[in-house]
Design a protein around this ligand. Sequence first.
Ligand SMILES: [Zn+2]
Length: 402
Amino acid sequence: MTRLLLRNGYIFDGTGADPAVGDIAMEDGRVVQVGPGLDGDDAIDCTGKLVTPGIFDCHVHFMVDGDFSPNTHLNTPFSLNFYLAAERMQRTLAAGVTTVREAAGSDLGMKEAVEHGLIAGPRMQISLTMLSQTGGHGDSWEVCGAFMPGMSDPHPGRPSCIVDGPDEVRKKVRELVRAGADVIKCATSGGVISARSDPSHAHFRPDELEAMVTEATAAGRFVMAHAQATEGIKNAIRAGIRSIEHGIWLDDEAIDMMLEAGTYLVPTLIAPMGVLEAADRGIDLPDTILDKARAVVKDHRESVTKAIDAGVKIATGTDSGVTPHGENLRELNEMAKLGMTPGQVLASSTSVAAELMGLQDEVGTLQPGMAADVVVFAGDAFDVTNLGSRVETVIQAGKVVA
Ligand SMILES: [Zn+2]
């Protein structure tokens, strides 16, 4: 068995310890030793380089790629999008992201294609779709009466996402678990990239969310909530939902509730920026979507700043798909801009994200026994503002994959 060694790197191990220069030895897909003076059969010299656990992105959508114009969706053959997604997954892995939570779009076959080694991609937890009330963020009904293809239109691998009332919710969670969902995603408010929903409105009533969390918990799944409206955020926290995605309008009470309940925030700071950048690239988007994106950017950053200052658990997520895949590490720059230290940003992108996903015993830290997912960045500067351009080597389960 070959023993791969990363030699003399500046190691951020995700355990909360200060970064220190040392070696990492890997065998059979696992980290076996971390420390100074180790040996190995094959060694990669990491002198002057930063070494971290594989980076997590807790919010991606592989079925879109920075272009959600109606024209693109309508002119993409159904099966072509799966081949396109395979390349997006590979691009994500090459960016240093070795684990993702897929927040609507990808189905079980895509996850299994990675597990079977058919395509290169990050480890995945999938939600399949995003449960939405009629007219909610995942409702793909358009004013012409047709349903827009994209992330939430139903197909044999991806159940319909529209549910109203606790009974429908209960049945749908069971259906999603049957279809392979590792996590249940819902929209407790409207959103930006749905022409007919209002991000400031709370969606689903408490009895519906309670049924959702009860059913998911019974099946050993966590629930994640797209939640932008203040009331939608609070309803989600009260129902015991594990993470608030986006969190655009967090007031002090919502932040206190998150601290009390231990709820995670997945900021996706680059998402609203990405909508506006897509328009700048010439992608044809309805005015209803652009107006909403412009309206939320400033409030979003203020809310996330308040949450960081208050000590809410932050897990890195980008909403990639809204932005092109592979630019995931831009999010780390934005988190640092809002006041997080490099150590906090990296913890949010590794160990904290692993805890959010319930994977802390498998990935997220560099310790003996953990899966050997590791990223080597050029330069040992403990600075996260330009990590995206510094990715040198990506190792997944002990194999160099990029
Ligand atoms: Zn999303």
